[in-house]
Design a binder for this molecule. Structure first.
Ligand code: AMP
Ligand code: GLY
Length: 423
C-alpha cells in the first residue's frame, strides 16, 4: 500500500509510526512531515492545504490512502478533491469539517441530533447577545464561531467581561471573520475528556478515551496551549465512555447524513463530564494532539486497515483491539510556548530515550538540519511511554523526557499525576 500523510506535528508522527507497521506498506509520503516522520516516510514539499496539488501528487504517486492530520486541509477541501478523482481519503469533506470550522453550525447539528451539550445561542450583534447573557448565570462562555487557532473561547466572570468579549469578537474583529458570529453558552462545571470515533459515514468505532492538559503550566495555570501532555485510559471516565457511542456519535453521524454529508474520518468529541452526565463542548474533524500520542500506542491492531475500512465505507462489524497498558505523553516545548520562541537548537538524547523499552519519542516541531534534528516549533517533542498502569507509564515517560535536552526545553511536571494517585 502507498500512503500519504498530510501534516507535520506530533499527531502525524504518531499516525505515521503506526501506519508504518502495516504489513503491506510499500511506501509512505508525508507533506510536510518533520525530522521524526522523515525516518518513516519521504517528506515532500507539498502544501497540504492545496487540494489540487495534493490530488495531483496522490494521482501521480498512485497513493492508495491519504490520511489528513490537521483541520486546515479538510476545511480547504482536500478530501473533496481526492474523492472527485476517486482517490481513497481518510478525512471529511469541507462540508463535514464544518463541525469544527463553525461552532454555531455544530451546535445546531447537535440540537437536531439530540446530543447533550451546553445551552447556547449564536449572535452577530452585541445587544442581542447581551440579552441572552442576561438569561444565564456567570461565568459566561463566549466563543468565536470559526477557527481561531485555539484562542477563540473566552470565559467571562462578569457581565461586563462578557460584553467586552463580545465587542472584541463582533466589533474589533480580534479573530477576524472567525468572530463575525459568536456562540454564547452556559458554563459547564466538570472534568474534560477527549474521545475519538472513526466513522465511514454510517458505522461508528469509538477509540479509547484520553485526557489532555491544555494549560501551559503545572496546576493548570497559565495560558491555553495546543496541549502539554495526555494520558489514557482515564479512570474517572470509565463509567461513561461506553455510553457515548449511542449518546453522541451515532446520532451525530446520522444527523450529518441527514444533511447529505457522508462523513468519513474521525469525529473528535471534546466533552465535559458534568454532574448531569457527559456533554459535548466541541467537535473536531481530526485527531487531537497530543491525545493521538497516547491513543495510537495503545492500539494493538493495524491502523491502516481501520482507516481504509472507513475510506471504503465498510467499517460495519470492524472492531479494534487495545492493550490494557496505560500510556502517558509529556510534551517538551520551546521556552516561550505558546508564545513564539527562538528555534533551530540541537536536540540531544533522542537516540537513548527512543531506545528505552515501551517509549516512543514523537516529533512535533522539529526539522532536519543535515542529519541532525533541530527544534522548529513551539511544541518540539511528545514523549510517550506505555506502562502496566498510569503510574508506571508516567514514570517511564518522565524518565525518557529527562534524557532529552535542548535550549529552553520546558514541560509540565504534573501530567497524569492526579490520575495515577501521585498528586
Ligand atoms: P472548545 O474549543 O470549545 O473546546 O473550548 C476550549 C476550552 O474552553 C475547553 O477545552 C474548555 O476548557 C473550555 N470551555 C469551552 N466551552 C465551555 C463551557 N461551556 N463550559 C466550561 N468550559 C468551557
Ligand atoms: N488537544 C486538543 C486538540 O487537539 O484540539
Amino acid at each position: 500500500m502507498r500512503i500519504l500523510v498530510l501534516g507535520g506535528g506530533g499527531r502525524e508522527h504518531a499516525l505515521a509510526w503506526k501506519l508504518a507497521q502495516h504489513s503491506q506498506l510499500d511506501k509512505m509520503f508525508a507533506a510536510p512531515g518533520n525530522a521524526g516522520i522523515a525516518s518513516l516516510a519521504e517528506c515532500v514539499p507539498l502544501d497540504p492545504a492545496d487540494p489540487k496539488a495534493v490530488a495531483k501528487f496522490a494521482e501521480d504517486q498512485g497513493i492508495e490512502l491519504t490520511v489528513v492530520g490537521p483541520e486546515a486541509p479538510l476545511v480547504a477541501g482536500v478530501a473533496d478533491e481526492l474523492i472527485a478523482r476517486e482517490l481513497p481519503v481518510f478525512g471529511p469533506t469541507s462540508a463535514g469539517a464544518r463541525i469544527e470550522s463553525s461552532k454555531s453550525w455544530a451546535k445546531d447539528l447537535m440540537a437536531r441530533a439530540g446530543v447533550p451539550t451546553a445551552a447556547s445561542e449564536s449572535f452577530a450583534r452585541v445587544e442581542d447577545a447581551m440579552s441572552f447573557v442576561d438569561s444565564l448565570t456567570p461565568p459566561y462562555v463566549v466563543k468565536a464561531d470559526g477557527l481561531a487557532a485555539g484562542k477563540g473561547v473566552l470565559i467571562c466572570e462578569s457581565r461586563a467581561d462578557a460584553e467586552a468579549a463580545l465587542r472584541l469578537c463582533l466589533e474589533d474583529r480580534a479573530f477576524g471573520e472567525a468572530g463575525s458570529t459568536v456562540v454564547v453558552e452556559e458554563f459547564l462545571e466538570g472534568v474534560e475528556l477527549s474521545l475519538f470515533c472513526l466513522t465511514d459515514g454510517a458505522s461508528v468505532l469509538p477509540l479509547v478515551e484520553a485526557r489532555d492538559f491544555k494549560r501551559a503550566y503545572d496546576g493548570d495555570a497559565g495560558p491555553n496551549t495546543g496541549g502539554m501532555g495526555a494520558y489514557s485510559p482515564v479512570p474517572d471516565a470509565a463509567g461513561v465512555v461506553r455510553s457515548l457511542r449511542s449518546l453522541v456519535f451515532e446520532p451525530t453521524v446520522e444527523a450529518l447524513s441527514a444533511e447529505g454529508i457522508r462523513y468519513v474520518g474521525v469525529l473528535y468529541a471534546g466533552l465535559m463530564l458534568t454532574a448531569d452526565g457527559p456533554k459535548v463542548l466541541e467537535f473536531n474533524a481530526r485527531f487531537g494532539d497530543p491525545e493521538t500520542q497516547v491513543v495510537i500506542p495503545r492500539l494493538d491492531g493495524d491502523l491502516a486497515d481501520l482507516l481504509v475500512a472507513c475510506a471504503e465505507g465498510r467499517l460495519d462489524g470492524v472492531s479494534a483491539a487495545w492493550t490494557s497498558k496505560a500510556c502517558v505523553t509529556v510534551v517538551l516545548a520551546s521556552q516561550n510556548y505558546p508564545e513564539s520562541s527562538p528555534v533551530g537548537f540541537d536536540i540531544s538524547g533522542l537516540d537513548i530515550a527512543s531506545r528505552m523499552r515501551d517509549v516512543v519519542v514523537f516529533h512535533a516541531g522539529t526539522r532536519l538540519d543535515g542529519a541532525r534534528a533541530v527544534t522548529a516549533g513551539g511544541r518540539v517533542l511528545a514523549v510517550s511511554a506505555l506502562g502496566a498502569d498510569l503510574s508506571a507509564a508516567r514514570a517511564r515517560a518522565y524518565e525518557a523526557a529527562n534524557m532529552i535536552e535542548f535550549v529552553g526545553k520546558r514541560s509540565r511536571s504534573d501530567i497524569a499525576a492526579t490520575a495515577s494517585g501521585e498528586a
